[in-house]
Design a protein around this ligand. Sequence first.
Ligand code: ADP
Ligand code: MG
Length: 703
Amino acid sequence: MSEYFNVSHVFGEDVFSDKVMQERLPKKAYKALKKTIEDGTELDLATADVIAAAMKDWAIEKGATHYTHWFQPLTGVTAEKHDSFITAPNPDGTVLMEFSGKELIKGEPDASSFPSGGLRATFEARGYTAWDCTSPAFVRHDAAGAILCIPTAFCSYTGEALDQKTPLLRSMEAINTQALRLLRLFGNTTSKKVTPSVGPEQEYFLVDEKKFLQRKDLIFTGRTLFGAMPPKGQELDDHYFGTIRQRIAGFMKDVNLELWKLGVTAKTQHNEVAPAQHELAPIYAEANVAVDHNQIVMQTLKRVACQHGMKCLLHEKPFAGVNGSGKHNNWSITTDDGINLLDPGKTPHENMQFLLVLVCILKAVDTHADLLRESAADPGNDHRLGANEAPPAIVSIFLGEQLQDVLSQLINTGIATYSIKGGTLETGVKTLPSLAKDATDRNRTSPFAFTGNKFEFRMVGSRDSIASPNIVLNTIVAEAFCEACDVLEKADNFEDALHDIIKSYARDHQRIVFNGNGYSDEWVAEAERRGLPNIKSMVDAIPTLVTDKAIALFEKFGVFTKAELESRVEIKYENYAKVINIEARSMIDIASKQIIPAVIKYTKSLADTVNAVSAAGAETSVQVELLNETSALLADTKVALAKLVDVVDQAAGMEEGRDRAVFFHDVVMAAMAELRDPVDKLEMIVDKDMWPMPSYGDLLFEV
Ligand code: ADP
Ligand code: MG
């Protein structure tokens, strides 16, 4: 695809956008649909028929042969089942292309194989998909041809959420209601709707496809399970923001084109810290659309990589000892008339509405730090959070100098009288313009940082859906708004009550604020003194979903029922156990069938050499030493392998649930590390030509 393209022409060309709807729908149907999108009113079947027909005609003109209800079950990826538009043949053998309102609104996939955590078993086996008209339908072109994709929610017969989208939409309702209450208190009568805006920055690795295919660990698990460090890592910092190589640039160009056609606002692209690591960020969108778009981004990265002879690794930690990948979830709250509730203005100390919003967020994050941590938990992210890497597993908030100072004034004197100014940046070079400095500095080590007019939640894993973190953010902030409004709406003197609330929230929750180095050991000790949770792994994070505090929160705002939360807990334990089980079995397979045989061949060649050299009457001490060293490591490998086989067998005999997941975390993971250790040492000794797979150096530096 080297032809010239005009971005403004291709942007959104495969989206059933507002513009397309205006052009193609009768006025009455368009109005009814807009009302549904904006106010959530129910759509009648007759109107749905009209919309479905228009959508079908439009999609067929784009080459579509099928439609699919595109949904996000609790597998972390999207699911789809394709139905072609054709009807049963006419008597003359021809077919028609049809798509009814009923088919648009509701689907009934045979959903018994999707995780439901016992929800469907107890009630009803069926699952339903329901059209989410707030996220636009689109036509996707791939090897299957062109398919009309209809974003849908996925629920059980009795309405329990079996997906990511349903609770996300519910949490958006919750924050909308509570934020409007808050705005009304400040005399805002014009804003009609408040929505969370989300901009996720997606990190990923690219490796050569031929090399990828020689690594069974990458094929089966998405990460390397063995691998010695290459002579060069990321220590020179020469990759971050470095020149993008031509092969990668060609890939990025095609990714952008594909995304733009689908209405995804791909905006920034650059090389990341680790070799072969890159990042893509779109312009932020409404949370619901941002979540769908992030799924499209991940799928597009993978598909286009294949077209370029590469593989895109979305795993959080594809390579031990090399930076992993995450997803910074930028989040703010915006009204339909363009007010960002997180915009402090030039003088934040005078902006009482902003200060209230800010202290509510402090309260929300402090009260539910455990839930936020859980929202970023997945098996891959365990290798980042709480390990020696960004960001730490302890949730804290970075405010920056200016807001920190306003907060201190509030806590100390009860009133803030000034805001530190950003000032200008002097470069000392006359020909350069002087730059206005931001009053909010950056702190790359904070897991939850205020960055000007938004918060950036940096714990999310690169492969994970961003639905969970946004569900939690929306709901916990809705709760804090609600509690503040409950008091303020009843107050005799609004000014006084507001002042008191801001001061008390700031004081009571200042422990969550930390502006220092989040990677330091001192912070771990300090956080413990402050009583902040330090939840190190996914298995430890999962129970936070069903504490009394969490159940009360989610039930109060109608985001999750207790049964839904319990089902998610079950699914997560199962998922964790399955992932580690696959990793352990892959290690066993690779060690038994590839590594041990290769090392045996190497020892034989050494032994042959020893014999030949000594027969020739020469000195063989080096060869003998190498042979002994290799044989010893081989013996260690065999012992560690036997142990791993044993613990995996033990796990297989355990009942599903928490104990089994914990066993995988504590026992199986440890056995995996024990097997990896001698193998990585062997890789440094054995003849490269005999080693059965490409090395880290081959994978990371020869893309
Ligand atoms: P950086 O890497 O410097 O943090 P990027 O430009 O890579 O910044 O990504 C920042 C992300 O934050 C983008 O997706 C951007 O659209 C998003 N963003 C900017 N403003 C807001 C906002 N008010 N609410 C939510 N997201 C925002
Ligand atoms: Mg970025």
